[in-house]
Design a binder for this molecule. Structure first.
Ligand SMILES: CC(C)(COP(=O)(O)OP(=O)(O)OC[C@H]1O[C@@H](n2cnc3c(N)ncnc32)[C@H](O)[C@@H]1OP(=O)(O)O)[C@@H](O)C(=O)NCCC(=O)NCCS
Length: 148
């Protein structure tokens, strides 16, 4: 889709049809200007931001930030507790985007990419508003009854 993109149109098509992925495509008229792909795993409350990119001509106008915020809302909508991602250590623009938007760096993976570049791992805890409360916390205990 974009020069810097590592997802082929075929893979993107497969992800769009997958129940374990959320894909959002931003358009201006008929032109695709950005997208994100989120992945979810059954039994895991951690969503993964698999890919996010904007068209180069849109750079620096806030579209990346807006897509990131939309990805977080979508992850919350699907009851994720946190969002994590890997980013090339030399991708200063993306690293800056994550750091300025509340992502915490929690690891580094050397030689993660095919060209030997390292990845930095980032994570953000999401708002708990949309998540169902654990059953134990939801059930009211009759007053005066000691916890069992
Ligand atoms: C990373 C990317 C999504 C950022 O999109 P963008 O629309 O240019 O970013 P925004 O305009 O929303 O800016 C968001 C933040 O990026 C950083 N940023 C923007 N322009 C920058 C620049 N010229 N140099 C360094 N950082 C910059 C800033 O931290 C900015 O936050 P601020 O506005 O609060 O200062 C975009 O550069 C992109 O698609 N890159 C190629 C694909 C990619 O690297 N994806 C991430 C893989 S994990």
């Amino acid at each position: 889709m974009f020069a810097s993109d590592r997802i082929s149109p075929r893979s993107l098509g497969r992800l769009i049809r997958s129940a374990s992925a959320s894909v959002l495509v931003a358009t201006v008229g008929d032109v695709v200007v950005g997208y994100f792909v989120l992945l979810f795993r059954a039994g895991s409350s951690r969503a993964r931001l698999y890919s996010i990119a904007i068209a180069p001509q849109q750079a620096g106008r806030g579209l990346g930030k807006a897509l990131l915020a939309a990805a977080e809302r979508e992850a919350e909508r699907r009851a994720a507790a946190s969002l994590h991602l890997e980013v090339r250590a030399d991708n200063s623009r993306a690293v800056c985007l994550y750091e300025r938007n509340g992502y915490r760096r929690f690891g580094r993976l050397d030689s993660y990419y095919a060209d030997g570049a390292a990845a930095l791992r980032f994570e953000k805890v999401l708002s708990s508003k949309k998540r169902p409360k654990p059953i134990a916390a939801r059930s009211a205990r009759p007053s005066g009854t000691a916890p069992s």
